[in-house]
Design a protein around this ligand. Structure first.
Ligand code: DCP
Ligand code: MG
Length: 662
């Protein structure tokens, strides 16, 4: 890849009089080396798997490439391979319609979790079990990871900038890598600029023709510029396209998947490029071709203009075409869209995008959800789903590096849609995730149950048509792991630590969306003494559990059996029959008031910490629950127009809207 192709000649000597000079300078070259997002020589690629879920199923089942296959979710289709598309089958079709179009269609249902089962599985009867199954995207997420690994393996580690944009697409900023290859091929570029002045123009590239091999090269308008000599931006994009071709070949060779790619100067253009010619092709948009390429588009096809913003622009300016919007002066855009949005739109339709390729996939929140048709009407049923949600989210947290404390969420939220399917009111409760102990699946399950318990306490909440657990407020590099030692510190320091720990466990924390102020627990007292001595109920529960045994793990011990169905209740001053209106989700205790119930939860928390210290665990060391997760929704940050009233489109992972609520 790094040996000079035969069609290169020598560069024109730098600074030599009479020679045509490049439009680029030595400063631009330095910007390329540092992957500056404003560098005009920048090279970015967007790589998108072809009919991704369908390919995963084909490879998994060993189905030949020319057989029509679609991936089914209940009665709908969520991925369709290219042979099936030739029959007119698309995601809009039902399975029945698709079979009418192509009787030989292989319709493979996605894997599902089944209520009460520990693991997801491919089940032949999944389509008939919409009420008891929840879609699992784990097989696709697993393949996504393998693909990412191949891509990263193929690029020099110190130069790579890869951003996972969704389950089947990545952006790669190739600038620094391209720079290195450029200098290998054209060592004269490594020389200092004439007069040591970085604003000096580069010599022209020494080439008569560029070999684009099998790339789809976006046309230029009319006779324009093809006659112009290639400049360094053409060369950098050519080198980028060589790298991408090799990456795609590696994915095909190692994992048997085809993908399509766009190669251009930024994310906006490369993304449009990858979709331009599918499947299994790459499209190159040279800088000189940008305007012509974009002018043929409807702007609603452009990233972040597909949503409400795009709709509003087409309504206001009565067009959907980039070519027509190009003639609208910036002042006119500003008068209708506001300053920031106008500038963003103005630049975008001209192919200007300086958003960074962000190698850290910044997940903002994770969501696991299920819609119930018919609705469910008991806490026991809901609790079974909470266990699945906890497993699902935990396995994604493991991927996010939570076990290594790389990132950690701060809050958990349970949304509960009350009423028959489609209608009703949404209730939600949020609480902080305790910062003093490692997160594990069980902790998430306990939190979810506590939140459910709070919602259920409101009374008259059943039936439930939709339930979702989400976590958010991710933070990098956590340092605040305290363990039980924090409680044993004396003096003012101890007060601070106690307060921190207790507030971290407060259900009524900052983001609590529903809880009325009077239900928030007091924060004026704390510490393990309080937890271990105060409540008779806690002692009783302690005795029941065994004094040095932390809350039980595993479905049976913390599942519906322990969800208080109002059977065994400790006796004592705090829960005299028949009141047990506030029931603990972890043990058989019941309480007369929500405050007592929350204090009891704090006791559980403190006891867990105690147990953790006792067994000397700094971190939970368990294998990722590969077989117990499902991907439903992950919000990510994305380069986007500035926020404004007209509903900035939110970047969600593709498939989310369709797959969230099995
Ligand atoms: N997906 C989904 N529901 C949607 C869109 C997508 O479940 N409404 C899932 C299935 C797809 C995967 O996400 O396989 C990737 O989405 P793409 O839009 O990239 O579509 P494909 O990869 O299937 O096809 P293409 O070849 O057009 O990229
Ligand atoms: Mg795709």
């Amino acid at each position: 890849m790094s040996s000079p192709p035969r069609f290169f000649r020598d560069s024109s000597p730098a600074g030599a009089p009479g020679y045509k000079r490049s439009q680029f300078t030595y400063r631009h070259l330095a910007q390329l080396a540092s992957s500056s997002s404003t560098c005009p020589l920048r090279v970015v690629s967007h790589i998108d798997l072809d009919c991704f879920y369908a390919q995963v199923e084909m490879v998994r089942l060993g189905i030949p490439e020319d057989k029509p296959l679609a991936v089914q979710q209940w009665q709908g289709l969520i991925a369709v391979n290219y042979p099936a598309r030739a029959f007119g089958i698309g995601r809009h079709c039902t399975v029945t319609e698709a079979r009418q179009l192509c009787p030989d269609l292989i319709a493979q249902h996605v894997a599902t979790w089944r209520e009460g089962d520990e693991n997801f599985a491919y089940r032949p009867d999944a389509a008939e079990h919409i009420a008891t199954d929840k879609v699992s995207l784990d097989p696709y997420r697993l393949e996504c990871r393998r693909i990412l690994a191949v891509i990263k393996d193929h690029l020099p580690a110190r130069l790579q900038k890869v951003e996972k944009a969704s389950i089947d697409e990545v952006f790669v900023d190739l600038s620094a890598h391209v720079y290195e290859i450029l200098l290998e091929r054209f060592p004269e570029l490594a020389r200092p600029p004439p007069y040591d002045d970085p604003s000096e123009q580069l010599p022209m590239p020494p080439l008569s023709a560029l070999d684009w091999q099998a790339d789809a090269l976006v046309d230029l308008d009319s006779e324009q510029a093809e006659l112009d000599d290639p400049d360094w931006d053409d060369v950098t994009i050519l080198i980028g396209s060589e790298i991408v071709r090799n990456v795609r070949a590696a994915i095909k060779e190692k994992l048997h998947y085809t993908c399509s790619a766009g190669v251009a100067k930024n994310k906006l253009l490369s993304k449009l490029g990858s979709a331009h010619k599918k499947p299994n092709q790459q499209t190159v948009i040279r800088n000189r071709a940008v305007q012509h390429f974009l002018s043929e588009f409807k702007f609603t096809k452009i990233r972040n203009l597909g949503g409400k913003l795009g709709e509003e622009i087409s309504r206001v300016f009565n067009t959907e075409l980039v070519s027509e919007l190009l003639s609208v002066p910036i002042e006119q855009l500003k008068s209708r869209l506001g300053d920031d949005t106008s500038v963003w739109v103005y630049n975008t339709i001209r192919g200007i995008d300086t958003s960074e390729v962000n190698p850290r996939t910044q997940i903002k929140s994770m969501l696991s959800a299920k819609s119930f048709r018919p609705s469910i009407d008991s806490r026991e049923q809901a609790t079974k789903w909470l266990r699945i949600f906890a497993a699902d989210i935990f396995s994604r947290l493991v991927e996010e590096g939570v076990l290594e404390n790389k990132r950690r969420p701060k809050s958990a939220n349970l949304h509960f849609r009350q009423g028959a399917a489609g209608g009703g009111q949404t209730r939600s409760r949020q609480m902080s995730i305790p910062q003093g102990k490692p997160i594990d699946e069980e902790m998430l399950f306990e939190i979810a149950k506590t939140l459910l318990c709070q919602i259920a306490q409101e009374g008259r909440v059943w039936p439930c048509s939709n339930l979702s657990l989400s976590i958010g407020g991710f933070e990098d590099g956590i340092t605040g792991n305290m363990g039980i030692g924090a409680f044993l510190v004396k003096g003012p320091e101890a007060q601070v630590l106690k307060a921190t720990t207790r507030s971290a466990f407060e259900p009524g924390g900052a983001g609590d969306t529903v809880q009325p102020p009077e239900k928030r627990r007091r924060t004026d007292e704390g510490g393990i003494q309080r937890f271990l001595t105060k409540r008779e109920a806690n002692r009783e529960a302690d005795a029941r559990l065994g004094s040095d045994v932390a809350a039980p793990r595993g479905g049976a011990s913390s599942g519906s059996e322990h969800m208080p169905g109002v059977t065994v209740r400790p006796s004592g001053p705090h829960h005299q029959a028949p009141v047990a209106a506030h029931l603990c989700s972890r043990c058989p205790a019941g309480f007369a008031s929500p405050e007592e119930s929350r204090e009891h939860q704090d006791w559980h928390f403190a006891k867990d910490l105690h147990e953790q210290e006792r067994v000397g665990l700094a971190l939970v060391s368990r294998e990722p629950a590969a077989a117990s997760s499902s991907h439903t929704g992950t919000m990510r940050s994305a380069a986007a127009p500035p926020k404004r009233g007209v509903g900035r489109p939110k970047k969600t992972e593709r498939g989310q809207s369709k797959l969230n609520f099995g």
